[in-house]
Write a protein that binds this ligand. Sequence first.
Ligand SMILES: NC(=O)c1ccc[n+]([C@@H]2O[C@H](COP(=O)([O-])OP(=O)(O)OC[C@H]3O[C@@H](n4cnc5c(N)ncnc54)[C@H](O)[C@@H]3O)[C@@H](O)[C@H]2O)c1
Length: 432
Amino acid sequence: MIGTGYVGLVTGTCFAESGNDVTCVDVDLSKIERLNKGEIPIYEPGLVELVVRNSQAGRLKFTSKAGDVVPHAKCVFLAVGTPQRDDGSADLRILWSALESIAPHLANDTVVVIKSTVPVGTNAEAARRLRELTGREVDVASNPEFLKEGCAIEDFTKPDRVVVGVTRPEVGEVLRDLYQPFLRTEHPFLVMNLESSEMTKYVANCLLATKISFINEMANVCEKVGADINHVRKGIGHDQRIGFAFLFPGVGYGGSCFPKDVRALINVANHYNIKPRILQSVDDVNEAQKEVLFQKLERHFEGKLKGRTIAIWGLAFKPRTDDIREAPALILIDRLLAAGAQVRAHDPVAAENVRKIYGDKVTFCQTPYETLDSADALAIVTEWNEFRNPDFFVLKKLLKSPVIFDGRNLFDPERMRQLGFFYSGIGLESRS
Ligand SMILES: NC(=O)c1ccc[n+]([C@@H]2O[C@H](COP(=O)([O-])OP(=O)(O)OC[C@H]3O[C@@H](n4cnc5c(N)ncnc54)[C@H](O)[C@@H]3O)[C@@H](O)[C@H]2O)c1
Protein backbone atom coordinates (compact mmCIF):
# COMPACT_ATOMS: atom_id res chain seq x y z
CA MET A 1 0.00 0.00 0.00
CA ILE A 2 1.85 3.09 -1.22
CA GLY A 3 0.61 6.08 0.78
CA THR A 4 -0.54 5.65 4.36
CA GLY A 5 -3.05 8.47 4.76
CA TYR A 6 -6.80 8.34 5.37
CA VAL A 7 -7.38 5.95 2.47
CA GLY A 8 -4.15 3.92 2.42
CA LEU A 9 -4.06 3.21 6.14
CA VAL A 10 -7.71 2.14 6.28
CA THR A 11 -7.46 0.04 3.11
CA GLY A 12 -4.20 -1.61 4.14
CA THR A 13 -5.46 -2.34 7.62
CA CYS A 14 -8.76 -3.80 6.42
CA PHE A 15 -6.98 -6.02 3.89
CA ALA A 16 -4.72 -7.24 6.73
CA GLU A 17 -7.80 -7.84 8.89
CA SER A 18 -9.11 -10.25 6.24
CA GLY A 19 -5.93 -12.31 6.40
CA ASN A 20 -3.65 -10.74 3.79
CA ASP A 21 -0.03 -9.74 4.42
CA VAL A 22 0.09 -5.99 3.94
CA THR A 23 2.94 -3.51 4.13
CA CYS A 24 2.05 0.17 4.16
CA VAL A 25 4.70 2.43 2.67
CA ASP A 26 5.00 6.16 3.21
CA VAL A 27 7.64 8.78 2.45
CA ASP A 28 6.72 10.55 5.70
CA LEU A 29 9.22 8.97 8.09
CA SER A 30 7.57 10.37 11.22
CA LYS A 31 4.30 8.72 10.19
CA ILE A 32 6.00 5.36 9.76
CA GLU A 33 7.82 5.69 13.09
CA ARG A 34 4.56 6.45 14.90
CA LEU A 35 2.73 3.60 13.19
CA ASN A 36 5.51 1.19 14.12
CA LYS A 37 4.97 2.23 17.74
CA GLY A 38 1.24 1.50 17.44
CA GLU A 39 0.28 5.19 17.23
CA ILE A 40 -2.18 6.36 14.58
CA PRO A 41 -1.33 9.66 12.85
CA ILE A 42 -4.98 10.42 12.01
CA TYR A 43 -8.24 10.26 13.92
CA GLU A 44 -10.55 7.58 12.57
CA PRO A 45 -12.92 5.74 14.92
CA GLY A 46 -12.02 2.06 15.44
CA LEU A 47 -8.80 2.22 13.43
CA VAL A 48 -6.26 2.08 16.23
CA GLU A 49 -7.57 -1.25 17.54
CA LEU A 50 -7.42 -2.81 14.07
CA VAL A 51 -3.92 -1.48 13.37
CA VAL A 52 -2.58 -2.77 16.68
CA ARG A 53 -4.25 -6.18 16.36
CA ASN A 54 -3.03 -6.79 12.82
CA SER A 55 0.46 -5.47 13.54
CA GLN A 56 0.74 -7.81 16.51
CA ALA A 57 -0.46 -10.69 14.34
CA GLY A 58 2.38 -9.87 11.92
CA ARG A 59 0.03 -9.25 8.98
CA LEU A 60 0.43 -5.45 8.90
CA LYS A 61 3.80 -3.74 8.60
CA PHE A 62 4.99 -0.20 7.96
CA THR A 63 8.07 0.98 6.13
CA SER A 64 9.44 3.93 4.22
CA LYS A 65 11.31 1.70 1.77
CA ALA A 66 9.15 0.71 -1.19
CA GLY A 67 12.06 -1.25 -2.66
CA ASP A 68 12.03 -3.73 0.24
CA VAL A 69 8.41 -4.80 -0.18
CA VAL A 70 7.28 -4.16 -3.76
CA PRO A 71 9.22 -7.14 -5.25
CA HIS A 72 7.16 -9.58 -3.13
CA ALA A 73 3.76 -7.97 -3.71
CA LYS A 74 0.95 -9.55 -5.70
CA CYS A 75 -0.79 -6.18 -5.81
CA VAL A 76 0.68 -2.73 -5.27
CA PHE A 77 -1.95 -0.14 -4.41
CA LEU A 78 -1.28 3.55 -4.92
CA ALA A 79 -3.23 5.61 -2.37
CA VAL A 80 -1.25 8.85 -2.48
CA GLY A 81 -2.78 12.32 -2.52
CA THR A 82 -4.03 13.91 -5.74
CA PRO A 83 -4.50 17.52 -4.62
CA GLN A 84 -5.76 20.42 -6.66
CA ARG A 85 -3.63 22.70 -8.78
CA ASP A 86 -4.32 26.44 -8.98
CA ASP A 87 -6.32 25.94 -12.19
CA GLY A 88 -8.55 23.34 -10.49
CA SER A 89 -7.04 20.35 -12.25
CA ALA A 90 -5.75 17.34 -10.31
CA ASP A 91 -2.06 17.54 -9.47
CA LEU A 92 -0.65 14.10 -10.30
CA ARG A 93 2.98 14.79 -9.45
CA ILE A 94 2.86 12.75 -6.23
CA LEU A 95 1.24 9.86 -8.09
CA TRP A 96 3.85 9.86 -10.86
CA SER A 97 6.67 10.05 -8.36
CA ALA A 98 5.18 7.10 -6.42
CA LEU A 99 4.85 5.17 -9.69
CA GLU A 100 8.50 5.82 -10.50
CA SER A 101 9.52 4.66 -7.04
CA ILE A 102 7.85 1.26 -7.45
CA ALA A 103 8.60 0.62 -11.15
CA PRO A 104 12.13 -0.81 -10.76
CA HIS A 105 10.97 -3.26 -8.09
CA LEU A 106 7.85 -4.71 -9.70
CA ALA A 107 7.75 -8.50 -10.18
CA ASN A 108 6.51 -9.83 -13.52
CA ASP A 109 2.91 -10.61 -12.57
CA THR A 110 2.28 -7.82 -10.06
CA VAL A 111 -0.88 -5.76 -10.55
CA VAL A 112 -0.58 -2.02 -9.93
CA VAL A 113 -3.88 -0.70 -8.55
CA ILE A 114 -4.62 3.02 -8.51
CA LYS A 115 -6.86 3.78 -5.54
CA SER A 116 -6.22 7.52 -5.55
CA THR A 117 -8.96 9.59 -7.20
CA VAL A 118 -7.54 10.39 -10.63
CA PRO A 119 -8.91 12.06 -13.76
CA VAL A 120 -10.01 9.96 -16.67
CA GLY A 121 -7.04 8.77 -18.70
CA THR A 122 -4.63 8.55 -15.75
CA ASN A 123 -4.67 4.75 -15.48
CA ALA A 124 -3.95 4.35 -19.17
CA GLU A 125 -1.14 6.89 -18.83
CA ALA A 126 0.20 4.96 -15.80
CA ALA A 127 0.29 1.77 -17.90
CA ARG A 128 2.12 3.65 -20.64
CA ARG A 129 4.67 5.06 -18.17
CA LEU A 130 5.23 1.65 -16.58
CA ARG A 131 5.82 0.13 -20.02
CA GLU A 132 8.46 2.77 -20.61
CA LEU A 133 10.06 2.38 -17.17
CA THR A 134 10.11 -1.44 -17.06
CA GLY A 135 10.34 -2.33 -20.75
CA ARG A 136 7.30 -4.67 -20.50
CA GLU A 137 3.52 -4.64 -20.09
CA VAL A 138 2.41 -4.09 -16.49
CA ASP A 139 -1.21 -4.67 -15.47
CA VAL A 140 -2.77 -1.48 -14.14
CA ALA A 141 -6.21 -1.49 -12.51
CA SER A 142 -8.39 1.36 -11.34
CA ASN A 143 -10.08 0.83 -7.98
CA PRO A 144 -11.58 4.08 -6.70
CA GLU A 145 -12.39 4.33 -3.03
CA PHE A 146 -15.78 5.46 -1.71
CA LEU A 147 -15.14 5.41 2.04
CA LYS A 148 -16.17 8.36 4.19
CA GLU A 149 -13.84 9.70 6.85
CA GLY A 150 -15.36 9.15 10.28
CA CYS A 151 -17.04 5.95 9.09
CA ALA A 152 -14.19 4.60 7.02
CA ILE A 153 -13.85 1.09 8.44
CA GLU A 154 -17.56 0.39 8.23
CA ASP A 155 -17.63 1.74 4.67
CA PHE A 156 -14.61 -0.25 3.60
CA THR A 157 -15.65 -3.54 5.15
CA LYS A 158 -19.31 -3.25 4.10
CA PRO A 159 -19.10 -1.42 0.79
CA ASP A 160 -22.29 -0.63 -1.15
CA ARG A 161 -20.28 -1.76 -4.17
CA VAL A 162 -16.70 -2.23 -5.26
CA VAL A 163 -15.73 -0.73 -8.60
CA VAL A 164 -12.72 -1.83 -10.59
CA GLY A 165 -11.51 -0.82 -14.00
CA VAL A 166 -9.33 -3.24 -15.95
CA THR A 167 -8.04 -3.96 -19.41
CA ARG A 168 -7.91 -7.76 -18.88
CA PRO A 169 -10.66 -9.76 -17.11
CA GLU A 170 -8.02 -11.86 -15.26
CA VAL A 171 -6.94 -8.73 -13.37
CA GLY A 172 -10.52 -8.18 -12.26
CA GLU A 173 -10.49 -11.73 -10.82
CA VAL A 174 -7.37 -10.99 -8.72
CA LEU A 175 -9.16 -8.02 -7.18
CA ARG A 176 -12.43 -9.93 -6.78
CA ASP A 177 -10.57 -12.50 -4.63
CA LEU A 178 -9.11 -9.74 -2.50
CA TYR A 179 -12.50 -8.09 -1.94
CA GLN A 180 -14.49 -11.33 -1.53
CA PRO A 181 -14.48 -11.21 2.31
CA PHE A 182 -16.21 -7.82 2.19
CA LEU A 183 -18.85 -8.80 -0.37
CA ARG A 184 -20.50 -11.68 1.44
CA THR A 185 -23.80 -9.84 1.69
CA GLU A 186 -24.17 -9.86 -2.10
CA HIS A 187 -23.04 -6.30 -2.63
CA PRO A 188 -21.88 -5.98 -6.22
CA PHE A 189 -18.34 -6.17 -7.52
CA LEU A 190 -18.49 -4.12 -10.70
CA VAL A 191 -15.88 -4.59 -13.40
CA MET A 192 -15.64 -2.04 -16.18
CA ASN A 193 -13.03 -0.37 -18.34
CA LEU A 194 -10.44 1.99 -16.84
CA GLU A 195 -12.14 5.16 -18.02
CA SER A 196 -15.59 4.22 -16.69
CA SER A 197 -14.10 3.33 -13.32
CA GLU A 198 -12.22 6.64 -13.11
CA MET A 199 -15.36 8.56 -14.08
CA THR A 200 -17.52 6.62 -11.59
CA LYS A 201 -15.62 8.13 -8.66
CA TYR A 202 -15.95 11.70 -9.93
CA VAL A 203 -19.57 11.32 -10.94
CA ALA A 204 -20.43 9.93 -7.48
CA ASN A 205 -18.71 12.79 -5.63
CA CYS A 206 -20.06 15.43 -7.97
CA LEU A 207 -23.63 14.20 -7.56
CA LEU A 208 -23.29 14.20 -3.77
CA ALA A 209 -21.81 17.70 -3.84
CA THR A 210 -24.65 18.78 -6.14
CA LYS A 211 -27.22 17.60 -3.60
CA ILE A 212 -25.53 19.63 -0.87
CA SER A 213 -25.30 22.81 -2.94
CA PHE A 214 -28.87 22.32 -4.11
CA ILE A 215 -30.32 22.06 -0.62
CA ASN A 216 -28.17 24.97 0.57
CA GLU A 217 -29.51 27.15 -2.22
CA MET A 218 -33.07 26.10 -1.36
CA ALA A 219 -32.37 26.85 2.32
CA ASN A 220 -31.23 30.36 1.46
CA VAL A 221 -34.47 30.94 -0.45
CA CYS A 222 -36.55 29.47 2.41
CA GLU A 223 -34.95 31.87 4.83
CA LYS A 224 -36.11 34.87 2.81
CA VAL A 225 -39.66 33.72 2.11
CA GLY A 226 -40.68 32.63 5.61
CA ALA A 227 -40.39 28.88 4.90
CA ASP A 228 -38.57 26.41 7.13
CA ILE A 229 -36.09 24.17 5.28
CA ASN A 230 -36.49 21.47 7.95
CA HIS A 231 -40.15 21.14 7.03
CA VAL A 232 -39.41 21.37 3.33
CA ARG A 233 -36.71 18.71 3.67
CA LYS A 234 -39.19 16.32 5.23
CA GLY A 235 -41.77 17.31 2.67
CA ILE A 236 -39.51 16.22 -0.16
CA GLY A 237 -37.50 13.44 1.53
CA HIS A 238 -40.45 11.09 1.93
CA ASP A 239 -40.77 11.03 -1.83
CA GLN A 240 -38.90 7.83 -2.63
CA ARG A 241 -37.50 9.32 -5.81
CA ILE A 242 -35.79 11.97 -3.68
CA GLY A 243 -34.96 10.49 -0.25
CA PHE A 244 -33.19 12.14 2.68
CA ALA A 245 -29.51 11.35 2.13
CA PHE A 246 -27.19 14.32 1.63
CA LEU A 247 -30.02 16.82 1.77
CA PHE A 248 -29.08 18.55 5.02
CA PRO A 249 -28.54 22.28 4.70
CA GLY A 250 -25.37 23.65 6.25
CA VAL A 251 -22.32 25.83 5.81
CA GLY A 252 -21.05 24.18 2.65
CA TYR A 253 -19.06 21.02 2.02
CA GLY A 254 -15.34 20.84 2.70
CA GLY A 255 -12.82 18.06 3.05
CA SER A 256 -10.16 16.63 0.83
CA CYS A 257 -12.52 15.23 -1.79
CA PHE A 258 -15.68 17.11 -2.85
CA PRO A 259 -14.15 20.55 -3.51
CA LYS A 260 -11.17 19.26 -5.46
CA ASP A 261 -13.06 16.50 -7.26
CA VAL A 262 -15.78 18.88 -8.48
CA ARG A 263 -13.10 21.26 -9.77
CA ALA A 264 -11.07 18.44 -11.34
CA LEU A 265 -14.11 17.24 -13.29
CA ILE A 266 -14.85 20.81 -14.38
CA ASN A 267 -11.30 20.93 -15.65
CA VAL A 268 -11.64 17.64 -17.53
CA ALA A 269 -14.93 18.77 -19.12
CA ASN A 270 -13.34 22.08 -20.17
CA HIS A 271 -10.49 20.13 -21.72
CA TYR A 272 -13.05 18.39 -23.95
CA ASN A 273 -14.77 21.70 -24.77
CA ILE A 274 -17.80 20.93 -22.61
CA LYS A 275 -19.00 23.76 -20.42
CA PRO A 276 -19.97 22.05 -17.14
CA ARG A 277 -22.59 24.58 -16.04
CA ILE A 278 -24.10 22.48 -13.25
CA LEU A 279 -20.73 21.64 -11.72
CA GLN A 280 -19.57 25.24 -11.90
CA SER A 281 -22.71 26.33 -10.05
CA VAL A 282 -22.23 23.60 -7.44
CA ASP A 283 -18.75 24.96 -6.70
CA ASP A 284 -19.87 28.62 -6.75
CA VAL A 285 -22.84 27.96 -4.45
CA ASN A 286 -20.58 26.10 -2.06
CA GLU A 287 -17.96 28.84 -1.91
CA ALA A 288 -20.70 31.37 -1.16
CA GLN A 289 -22.26 29.11 1.48
CA LYS A 290 -19.01 29.00 3.44
CA GLU A 291 -19.43 32.76 3.97
CA VAL A 292 -22.99 32.56 5.30
CA LEU A 293 -22.26 32.27 9.03
CA PHE A 294 -19.89 35.22 8.96
CA GLN A 295 -22.35 37.33 7.00
CA LYS A 296 -25.08 36.57 9.51
CA LEU A 297 -22.82 37.47 12.43
CA GLU A 298 -21.77 40.65 10.70
CA ARG A 299 -25.38 41.66 10.07
CA HIS A 300 -26.39 40.82 13.62
CA PHE A 301 -23.66 43.01 15.08
CA GLU A 302 -24.31 45.71 12.45
CA GLY A 303 -20.84 45.40 10.98
CA LYS A 304 -19.16 45.98 14.34
CA LEU A 305 -17.30 42.78 15.07
CA LYS A 306 -14.11 44.49 16.25
CA GLY A 307 -13.49 43.58 19.89
CA ARG A 308 -16.34 41.05 19.97
CA THR A 309 -15.67 37.49 21.08
CA ILE A 310 -17.17 34.69 19.02
CA ALA A 311 -17.26 31.09 20.21
CA ILE A 312 -16.97 28.38 17.58
CA TRP A 313 -18.09 24.78 18.08
CA GLY A 314 -16.57 22.41 15.56
CA LEU A 315 -13.55 22.88 13.30
CA ALA A 316 -13.26 19.61 11.36
CA PHE A 317 -14.95 19.65 7.96
CA LYS A 318 -17.37 17.07 9.35
CA PRO A 319 -17.81 15.11 12.58
CA ARG A 320 -15.74 12.04 13.53
CA THR A 321 -12.61 13.20 11.73
CA ASP A 322 -9.66 15.48 12.47
CA ASP A 323 -9.45 16.44 8.78
CA ILE A 324 -9.64 20.22 8.29
CA ARG A 325 -8.84 20.41 4.57
CA GLU A 326 -11.17 23.04 3.02
CA ALA A 327 -13.15 23.13 6.27
CA PRO A 328 -15.80 25.89 6.39
CA ALA A 329 -14.64 26.74 9.95
CA LEU A 330 -11.37 28.06 8.53
CA ILE A 331 -13.20 30.60 6.37
CA LEU A 332 -15.22 31.75 9.38
CA ILE A 333 -12.07 32.11 11.50
CA ASP A 334 -10.29 34.04 8.72
CA ARG A 335 -13.19 36.46 8.34
CA LEU A 336 -13.66 36.97 12.08
CA LEU A 337 -9.96 37.63 12.70
CA ALA A 338 -9.84 40.03 9.74
CA ALA A 339 -12.82 41.89 11.23
CA GLY A 340 -10.98 42.26 14.54
CA ALA A 341 -13.00 39.71 16.54
CA GLN A 342 -11.56 37.31 19.10
CA VAL A 343 -12.19 33.63 18.43
CA ARG A 344 -12.58 30.94 21.08
CA ALA A 345 -12.90 27.51 19.50
CA HIS A 346 -13.46 23.90 20.46
CA ASP A 347 -13.34 20.70 18.47
CA PRO A 348 -13.16 17.22 20.02
CA VAL A 349 -10.26 16.12 17.78
CA ALA A 350 -9.35 18.70 15.13
CA ALA A 351 -8.12 21.59 17.32
CA GLU A 352 -4.45 20.61 17.06
CA ASN A 353 -4.56 20.71 13.25
CA VAL A 354 -6.16 24.18 13.33
CA ARG A 355 -3.65 25.39 15.92
CA LYS A 356 -0.90 24.62 13.37
CA ILE A 357 -2.44 27.31 11.11
CA TYR A 358 -3.47 30.03 13.59
CA GLY A 359 -1.22 29.46 16.62
CA ASP A 360 -2.28 31.77 19.44
CA LYS A 361 -4.44 33.99 17.19
CA VAL A 362 -7.28 31.67 18.20
CA THR A 363 -8.00 30.54 21.77
CA PHE A 364 -8.49 26.77 21.78
CA CYS A 365 -10.66 25.43 24.58
CA GLN A 366 -10.78 21.96 26.10
CA THR A 367 -14.58 21.87 26.35
CA PRO A 368 -17.41 23.43 24.34
CA TYR A 369 -18.60 25.36 27.40
CA GLU A 370 -15.18 27.00 27.91
CA THR A 371 -15.51 28.73 24.55
CA LEU A 372 -18.57 30.61 25.78
CA ASP A 373 -16.79 32.50 28.51
CA SER A 374 -17.59 36.19 27.77
CA ALA A 375 -18.54 35.36 24.17
CA ASP A 376 -20.96 37.64 22.34
CA ALA A 377 -22.27 34.79 20.22
CA LEU A 378 -21.85 31.09 19.53
CA ALA A 379 -21.38 29.81 15.98
CA ILE A 380 -21.85 26.08 15.39
CA VAL A 381 -19.92 24.83 12.39
CA THR A 382 -19.53 21.03 12.74
CA GLU A 383 -22.33 18.75 13.90
CA TRP A 384 -20.44 16.64 16.44
CA ASN A 385 -22.93 14.52 18.39
CA GLU A 386 -21.78 15.96 21.69
CA PHE A 387 -23.04 19.41 20.62
CA ARG A 388 -26.60 18.19 20.07
CA ASN A 389 -27.84 18.21 23.63
CA PRO A 390 -26.02 20.84 25.66
CA ASP A 391 -27.24 22.31 28.94
CA PHE A 392 -28.93 25.42 27.59
CA PHE A 393 -29.10 27.02 31.01
CA VAL A 394 -25.31 26.82 31.30
CA LEU A 395 -25.02 28.16 27.75
CA LYS A 396 -27.17 31.12 28.59
CA LYS A 397 -25.29 31.83 31.79
CA LEU A 398 -21.87 31.74 30.14
CA LEU A 399 -22.61 33.68 26.95
CA LYS A 400 -22.46 37.47 27.29
CA SER A 401 -25.60 37.58 25.18
CA PRO A 402 -27.75 34.53 24.32
CA VAL A 403 -27.05 34.50 20.59
CA ILE A 404 -26.53 31.32 18.55
CA PHE A 405 -25.79 31.06 14.84
CA ASP A 406 -26.20 27.41 14.04
CA GLY A 407 -24.65 26.29 10.76
CA ARG A 408 -26.02 22.76 11.18
CA ASN A 409 -29.58 23.23 12.46
CA LEU A 410 -28.95 21.17 15.59
CA PHE A 411 -31.69 22.66 17.72
CA ASP A 412 -35.41 23.24 17.57
CA PRO A 413 -35.91 26.95 16.78
CA GLU A 414 -39.16 27.19 18.75
CA ARG A 415 -37.59 25.65 21.84
CA MET A 416 -34.62 28.01 21.56
CA ARG A 417 -36.99 30.96 21.41
CA GLN A 418 -38.80 29.73 24.51
CA LEU A 419 -35.46 29.41 26.29
CA GLY A 420 -34.74 33.03 25.49
CA PHE A 421 -32.10 32.67 22.80
CA PHE A 422 -31.70 34.61 19.59
CA TYR A 423 -31.33 31.56 17.34
CA SER A 424 -30.48 31.62 13.67
CA GLY A 425 -30.13 28.40 11.67
CA ILE A 426 -29.69 27.74 7.97
CA GLY A 427 -32.89 28.08 5.99
CA LEU A 428 -34.97 29.01 9.03
CA GLU A 429 -36.42 32.26 10.16
CA SER A 430 -34.20 33.83 12.86
CA ARG A 431 -36.08 33.83 16.17
CA SER A 432 -35.64 35.70 19.38
N1 LIG B 1 -9.76 11.05 2.39
C1 LIG B 1 -10.85 10.51 1.89
O1 LIG B 1 -11.91 10.47 2.52
C2 LIG B 1 -10.83 9.89 0.52
C3 LIG B 1 -11.91 9.07 0.11
C4 LIG B 1 -11.87 8.50 -1.15
C5 LIG B 1 -10.80 8.75 -2.00
N2 LIG B 1 -9.78 9.57 -1.60
C6 LIG B 1 -8.66 9.78 -2.52
O2 LIG B 1 -7.60 8.93 -2.08
C7 LIG B 1 -6.32 9.56 -2.31
C8 LIG B 1 -5.56 9.67 -1.00
O3 LIG B 1 -6.29 10.50 -0.11
P1 LIG B 1 -5.93 10.62 1.44
O4 LIG B 1 -6.96 11.49 2.06
O5 LIG B 1 -5.70 9.25 2.00
O6 LIG B 1 -4.52 11.39 1.33
P2 LIG B 1 -3.47 11.72 2.49
O7 LIG B 1 -2.84 12.99 2.11
O8 LIG B 1 -4.14 11.56 3.82
O9 LIG B 1 -2.41 10.53 2.37
C9 LIG B 1 -1.50 10.40 1.33
C10 LIG B 1 -0.21 9.78 1.89
O10 LIG B 1 0.67 9.46 0.82
C11 LIG B 1 2.00 9.70 1.25
N3 LIG B 1 2.90 9.78 0.10
C12 LIG B 1 3.11 10.82 -0.73
N4 LIG B 1 4.01 10.49 -1.67
C13 LIG B 1 4.36 9.19 -1.45
C14 LIG B 1 5.24 8.27 -2.09
N5 LIG B 1 5.93 8.60 -3.18
N6 LIG B 1 5.36 7.03 -1.57
C15 LIG B 1 4.66 6.68 -0.46
N7 LIG B 1 3.81 7.52 0.19
C16 LIG B 1 3.65 8.75 -0.31
C17 LIG B 1 1.87 10.98 2.08
O11 LIG B 1 2.97 11.16 2.95
C18 LIG B 1 0.55 10.72 2.82
O12 LIG B 1 0.78 10.07 4.06
C19 LIG B 1 -6.66 10.91 -2.95
O13 LIG B 1 -6.60 10.77 -4.34
C20 LIG B 1 -8.10 11.18 -2.51
O14 LIG B 1 -8.78 12.00 -3.42
C21 LIG B 1 -9.77 10.13 -0.36
